[in-house]
Design a protein around this ligand. Structure first.
Ligand code: ZN
Ligand code: ZN
Length: 344
């Protein structure tokens, strides 16, 4: 494991669920990995030992009955490890305190594995593509379902059900359905509000396939859109599409975010969040496309979202989002649903 060597550590302790899965293949929770240059160990409990044995083939599986962290600490001691990297961002204060007590002579060094999963391999890309296809299918179906008089949560339930029927393990995140004035809440989860003719409905949803997420947003008009609604929709769509060819190797997250803001022009002041984020085993992961992005240069086979939005308080909101693969020649959309303004 190169991170072990890079940090001059004798071992690495991995506990964040997605990182455990990425490094070992184990898809359950309640597990830790202890990785040294010679050994790979996975500690879990009796509910998971069979599954771990089947999924994490390169790992020695240790079953604990006395508590995950107690057994993890015991294993670290038995390996005579002097210095171990741990994911400080993902451990609670209580666990860190317990580890220090159980391992008084072991040096605990904070490490970050967040950038490890940024660039996807072919298999990961195909799993994310599948999750995107499922979300695209649900969007096509929901267009036949939405009508005035439905509650927002009925639309959310329809989307989630359509994705489940198509093979999604679970919604990738809480489905957002925000209609009319609620559309100005970028993360308004669905409520009992009735959808009325003449409103925009923003739906932000995603599927999970073999652990990998997809993320898509579409905004549709139920009934006729006003001229103002059309103008805002056109501006957001223009920004979203103008960014796509620029999502390529070598461009920074800050540049892309700034470019989208420039294209939005007079509406930029209503763009209340950042342009996008990485998508993978987590719905929001590195790299970020934002004013504060640490990503100085996108790499081929990263997967990010392109999601500008305009939110006008008291009126409505529009967001359009695709999951996009970074290539040397520009972004390739993995979510392919049409983006022309739909009036249902
Ligand atoms: Zn989204
Ligand atoms: Zn997103």
């Amino acid at each position: 494991m190169s991170l072990v060597n890079e940090n001059k550590l004798s071992a690495m302790l991995v506990s964040k669920e997605e990182n455990v899965r990425y490094l070992s293949g184990f898809s359950g929770d309640s597990a830790t990995l202890i990785i040294t240059p010679e050994k790979k160990i996975l500690v879990t409990d009796g509910r998971y030992t069979e599954q771990a044995g089947a999924e994490a083939k390169d790992f020695e599986i240790i079953e604990q009955t006395e508590g995950l962290w107690r057994k993890t600490a015991e294993t670290i001691l038995s390996l005579k490890i002097k210095k171990i990297g741990f994911e400080g961002k993902h451990l609670t204060y209580a666990v860190h305190a317990a580890l220090k007590k159980l391992l008084p002579k072991v040096e605990l060094v904070h490490i970050s594995l967040e950038n490890f999963r940024e660039v996807k391999d072919e298999e990961e890309i195909s799993l994310i593509q599948k999750a995107c296809d499922i979300a695209d299918f649900a969007f096509e179906e929901v267009l036949k379902f939405i009508r005035p008089g439905l509650k927002e949560f009925e639309v959310a339930a329809f989307l989630e059900n359509a994705m489940r029927n198509k093979g999604s393990e679970k919604a990738a995140f809480d489905t957002i359905v925000a209609s009319g004035v609620r559309g100005s809440l970028p993360h308004g989860i669905s409520t009992e509000k009735l959808i009325i003719s003449g409103e925009f409905v923003t739906m932000d949803f995603g599927a999970t396939y073999k652990g990998y997420a997809s993320d898509i947003t579409r905004t549709v008009a139920v009934g006729k859109a006003t001229e103002e609604m059309r103008n805002v929709y056109g501006a957001v769509l223009k920004a979203q599409e103008s960014v796509l060819p620029k999502i390529k190797t070598g461009v920074s997250g800050v540049e892309l975010d700034a470019f989208a803001r420039k294209v939005l022009g007079e509406y930029e002041k209503y763009f209340a969040h950042s342009l996008g984020h990485g998508v993978g085993l987590e719905i929001h992961e590195e790299p970020r496309l934002s004013k504060k992005s640490k990503c100085l240069s996108l790499k081929k086979n990263m997967i990010v979202t392109d999601e500008p939005g305009v939110y006008i308080e008291g009126k409505f909101g529009v967001r359009i989002e695709d999951t996009v693969l970074v290539t040397d020649n520009g972004g390739v959309r993995l979510t392919k649903s049409d983006k022309k303004l739909v009036e249902l």
